[in-house]
Design a protein. Sequence first.
Lengths: 365, 312
Amino acid sequence: MAQIRIENVRKDFGSFNAVKSSTFTIEDGEFFMLLGPSGCGKTTTLRMMAGLELPTSGEIYIDGEEVGQKPASQRDIAFVFQMFALYPHMNVGKNISYPLVSQGMPKAQVKKKVDEIAEILGITDILKKPVGGLSGGDRQRVALGRAIVRNPKAFFMDEPLGALDAEFREHMSEELRALHDRMGATTVYVTHDQLEAMQMGDKIVVMNHGVVEQFGVPQEIYDWPATKFVAQFIGSPPMNFLDFNGMVGNGSTEVRLNDIAMAIPQCLDGANGALSFGVRPEHVQLDDAAGYRGVVKATEYLGTTQIITLETPNGVIKARAPSSDAVRVGATTGLRFDPRTVTLFDAKSGKALRSQANQGVLAHG
Amino acid sequence: MSYSVTEPSKGTKWLAGVLVVSYAIITLIPLLWIIATGFKSPTDSIAYPPVVVFQPTLEGYVNLFTERTRATDEMLAAAGPPTTWYDQIARDRGTVISGPSRYGQRFLNSVIIGFGSTALCMVLGTAAAYAFSRFKVPLKDDLLFFILSTRMMPPIAVAIPIFLMFRNLGLNDTHLGMILLYTAVNLSLSVWLLKGFIDEIPIEYEEAALIDGYTRFQAFYKVVLPQAATGIASTAIFCLIFAWNEYAFAVLLTSGTAQTAPPFIPTIIGTGGKDWPAVAAGATIFLVPVMVFTIMLRKHLLRGITFGAVRK
């Protein structure tokens, strides 16, 4: 079990820069998510932590020890691959025992360990089977078994649920989280699925184009995104942006959208120019008394809620409302935005402006 | 792989069976004829019209493995009664066995050179293929093309330079020389074939082994090699067949110590009349090792041929 610290880590593949100067700390026992779209550098970051790639520059500390240039075999970590990478020429038991055999552990002890792990994962009855004919879930369990059998300092998982059916993924993610809680081991988990990240993670790092966009607990990231990218990547539907040109003063508590005053959390970063007014769909209320108007373009029925697409003078937005609300396509309606949840972004840099509400989150992000 | 959706009808199956069996018979006739000729008497072997049913004899095999001298009646009497069955066969023809022939030695040369070059080829080929498949080799594509380009001419086109080179290096008529030569000829094919096989093995297996605490070489040895066994086996068959059957270089570069069976077999004709049964016997025995090797590895061979063509 260990703390993992990444400092100014950079990775170039030839002239391609995959990871640009990442810095973050994963605390002991955390379930840590590396989240981002494909090609954002999250897998490369994970592989550098594991020692499957060596960083071009920067330091990686596992348990206080600098391991950046050490081979994987000397880092005492376990890795679960997306395709599981079970050794095809060995049976289930052999696969699980393989890391122990490399340590020169006596046979009797290996057997005891393997049986113990098989018990935890509920795969005792398939220990003698070849890995070829196993179902996706059992393969996943065997891969996990091979990872936990050694009591490594940390687990690294590269989209471990990506190869499973959607239905089964749900079940496996619960199992994974339960396993983590039971073992209490530091786990770093790469995924491109924001729902999975929110659901399972203690902490999330959101990456894009090799850059860490934000780092924090799921709710902070959801409520107070540091950049427009994070605001859009997390949440379904994503955060709405009402684009406007204008200014917001230091300490100001309102902006003018289409000449209508909108309350915002007290702004600490005054700005002038192209701005975006960010609000999550569930914080958009349809209220005929409100001065800001929008036209209903479409509705999507989702059971208990519905997603309403509206056209406003500042762009198309979506609102989440109870499905009992009667909404007519083509109708004009007033819109109210919950002022406590609004984030303003500089449209050009994409960065969130600091406010009284999000300054605590942005300070460490 | 696609299968036809409907089960073929009985008639279709029957027709397919007939076609396959007749094709097999047609291709096997020369082989069967050689094997049969090995058991014929010299008269039967050149009889016209050819005889299909004949009295089998081991005379061809005896002649293949022995040197004989024609003996007068007095010499036969002096030699005493024949002590073994092969003595008896020689006596029936009015000859006495004066010693073993050189066939055994030549056959052994073929085994040493054929299997030696195949083994060397596999070791070098696997190592090179692994490197080309997994590492960043500068000018990789050019190097691979160079390697392949050695295949673009018939090997015999370079016979004269190789002959001169071997003479100067003292490799003429040596086992080492022939092993090196056949390895050089086969290596391009084996690097390319093996690279294909190793490319198909996901790199995650090795990475898993690295994470599990194994060194790079252990990962290669314990994880990649067992996975590549199929590819190595089928490549080995191709290499062995070439080295085993090679005739032109063997004629040119070997004459005694390291002479392989292919250039030796025809020389049997010259000793004491046209002894076709002995030639056929030599050819039959010569076929056995490759046949056994191929049958042993045939599962791999079939998978080897279709490997990569089918998405698993």
